[in-house]
Design a protein around this ligand. Structure first.
Ligand SMILES: NC(=O)c1ccc[n+]([C@@H]2O[C@H](COP(=O)([O-])OP(=O)(O)OC[C@H]3O[C@@H](n4cnc5c(N)ncnc54)[C@H](O)[C@@H]3O)[C@@H](O)[C@H]2O)c1
Length: 349
């Protein structure tokens, strides 16, 4: 068990062991917090990990809110509205043990000056790992070859049927220089690939720091063997890949979407995939899940997964540990490692 963060300069003098209240789906804490993390939480904070608020309206919730200094939130935390804040006069911070805070942290929280932290950085890790695997498997035509091998009971002529497979020298186009994308770039760096990045908010210095080549979106689509989407679902990115842009993808290209279904025009995508011109790995879709009648479930050039790229199973413990680390920092007067700022919300996930 590690103790509170030591040896670093503090930015203020906060009372030690802040009172922390959990607010999330009722069964989530047992999946987020293993024994060591729970022990660390009650060491750095005054917290009853057995008390989990799933709503803010009841009398017990009111009693917990009355003295809460930090809300440790997770999936399904109800919106923290003005009226919730009125009942939480001691509240100073929200540490979210998941990615986006947009579903529960309202503008009122920022207006009251609450410090907000998210575990989006930790949640980015499994998404980047999933994408790495998808890129490598797409380049090696693994899914297609696996099916042919099984269908024809071991008869695949590799040289004749897959003369161009492999990942050496391939171009990967990354849309959105997000936390997921930045981790993905770190994972891809040892591979002999060319990486192109499109992000309208990334300047040349930012590109240089990432060690990647910037490209306009259309150019990236034309030049990439694999295109992977990592931009947020915001009005600006709705149908970012429309029929015209999907048409720019190379014949045989693979499109990976672990971001959000809304980034692609679903009808145009279905048309491209049904034609067999391109392939796709789709962890997200519009709608989600797709209706049982969707052709995408049966197309041989489509790998559909049930929104599993982000933290799932044992990976939830990484989110829990991240949030408790943030609380440990807060307890000794340090800034959060992953602060969420109101000004950034319009262009982040
Ligand atoms: N499949 C899953 O389970 C899963 C899990 C986590 C995140 N996600 C999704 O992955 C995506 C990335 O998440 P994140 O937390 O890494 O994002 P992030 O908030 O860290 O970064 C978003 C990035 O997108 C860029 N951006 C904004 N507008 C853009 C535009 N028009 N075109 C291109 N880029 C633009 C921003 O500049 C920023 O760099 C989001 O869509 C998120 O919802 C999915």
């Amino acid at each position: 068990v590690t103790g509170p963060v030591e040896g670093a300069a503090t930015t203020g003098t906060r009372p030690s062991r802040p009172r922390v209240v959990l607010a999330m789906e009722a069964t989530l804490p047992s999946r987020l917090f293993d024994t060591a993390t729970t022990r660390r939480l009650v060491e750095v904070a005054r917290c009853d990990p057995g008390v989990v608020l799933t709503e803010f309206g009841s009398r017990p919730a009111a009693a917990a809110l009355a003295s809460a200094e930090i809300l440790l939130t997770g999936w399904d935390c109800p919106p923290i509205t003005e009226s919730v804040l009125d009942r939480a006069p001691a509240l100073r911070a929200i540490a979210h043990a998941a990615g986006t805070v947009k579903d529960h942290v309202t503008a009122a929280c920022f207006e009251r000056g609450l410090a907000v932290s998210s575990a989006a950085e930790a949640n980015a890790i499994p998404v980047a790992e999933f994408t790495l695997a998808a890129i490598i498997f797409a380049g090696k035509a693994v899914w297609d070859a696996q099916r042919r091998y099984a269908d024809r009971r071991g008869r695949v002529d590799l040289l004749a049927e897959y003369p161009e497979i492999g990942n050496y020298g391939r171009t990967v186009g990354i849309v959105g220089a997000s936390r997921v994308a930045r981790h993905l770039i770190r994972l891809l760096r040892p591979l002999e690939l060319e990486l192109l990045v499109y992000d309208p908010y990334l300047d040349p210095a930012g590109l240089a720091a990432l060690g990647v080549v910037g490209a306009a979106l259309d150019d990236l689509l034309v030049r990439s063997d694999v295109v992977t989407l990592h931009a947020p679902a915001i009005p600006e990115t709705r149908h970012l890949l429309d029929a015209r842009r999907l048409g720019l993808l190379r014949d045989g290209a693979t499109l990976i979407n672990t971001a959000r279904g809304s980034l692609i025009d679903p009808d145009a995508l279905a048309a491209q995939l049904t034609s067999g011109r391109i392939s796709a790995v789709l962890d997200v879709s519009t709608p989600e899940p797709l209706p049982p009648s969707s052709a995408l479930y049966r197309l041989p050039n489509v790998v559909l997964t049930p929104h599993l790229a982000g933290s799932a199973g044992v990976e939830l413990r990484r989110l829990g540990r991240w949030a408790v680390d943030e609380i440990a920092r807060y307890a000794v007067g340090l800034e959060f490692t992953s602060p969420v700022r109101l000004a950034d919300l319009p262009r982040i996930a």
